[in-house]
Design a protein around this ligand. Sequence first.
Ligand code: NAP
Length: 337
Amino acid sequence: MAEWINPASVPQRTLANGSVIPCVGMGTFGSDRFAPEHISAAVDGAIRCGYRLFDCASVYGNEAEIGRVFAAAFREGAVRREELFVTGKVWNDQHGRGEVLLACAKTLRDLQLDYIDAYFVHWPFRNYHAPHCAGDSRNPDSTPFRPAAFLETWRQMERLYDMGLVKNLGMSNMTIPKLEAVLPHCRIKPALLELELHPAFQQPELFAYAAAHGIQPVGFCPVGSPNRPDRDKTDTDVSDTELPEVLAVAKAHGIHPALVCLKWSVQRGAIPIPFSVTEKHYAENLRCVTEDPLTEEEMALLASADKNCRLVKGQVFLWPGATDWRALWDLDGGITK
Ligand SMILES: NC(=O)c1ccc[n+]([C@@H]2O[C@H](COP(=O)([O-])OP(=O)(O)OC[C@H]3O[C@@H](n4cnc5c(N)ncnc54)[C@H](OP(=O)(O)O)[C@@H]3O)[C@@H](O)[C@H]2O)c1
């Protein structure tokens, strides 16, 4: 039986439309390494441990298994539907007209839910690539970011919101130039922005931009995704749990460096969504945000540890003619074409 952490002791955040969300959740992407049943068993353990936020996506290939866990937990009275905050994401091959509604319908059916608490556009391109593909795999139909195409997708997201099937909308893997291009045209603004965030990759400008626009940052790869797919590993990547600043704070608190990353993320104002199939880990990931906060000096030390080291480079989304994954991230300050 997993350790019980009272969800009432986990700090919460209030989103732009008043929805309340826990300040930490559980990720469900197994990095192509874990079977769906393995991950859904962790979700089951996490519910019983006190987790109330789960970050799901159709491309993770495990929504049906997680849905069975949710249904059983509701049936047994382990948790009530309204106590959970469940996210979903539309994948790149379902951005077309009418397809977002179908994608969301399938996710609702698989998760066995009547509504999703937040639905994200997973990546801002229609550049499909097959699950488990190699890092150098390219789709010849891929294109640079096109605001009009993105907004066509967003209109369907807004319809899902209007229908009450989705309580909040979210964007993911965006940049400031892309947000600048689309936000003025969104009838329903995103309440959440999912982005890569960990001590070695802090994205301070994008983080501040989201905060200034009332958009709550949700941090993925919060402990540096040590088991990420091989296609997302390069020789120059930095390991967050080996950064001297993280190690120094971990030593001072007598905790694992992964927990320093999570405390830092929550105290900074993000919502980290660490993945774990190890009961001891997911229990301590939740508990750590309820106790023993970092000092202002430690937060400043960790802020100085940024290495601008992006782990999920997204190179499989590149279009013909684009030479480098940096083109996806608009590093010149405008949308790269
Ligand atoms: N929007 C997007 O495009 C996007 C992209 C990537 C990820 N995500 C989301 O973000 C979630 C998290 O990202 P991620 O899974 O890549 O990386 P992560 O959460 O940074 O790292 C997960 C890894 O850290 C280990 N770990 C977790 N807690 C630990 C602890 N307390 N002590 C030691 N090791 C620990 C886990 O191993 P054990 O299992 O052994 O604990 C697991 O291998 C995903 O699952 C997914 O939901 C979204």
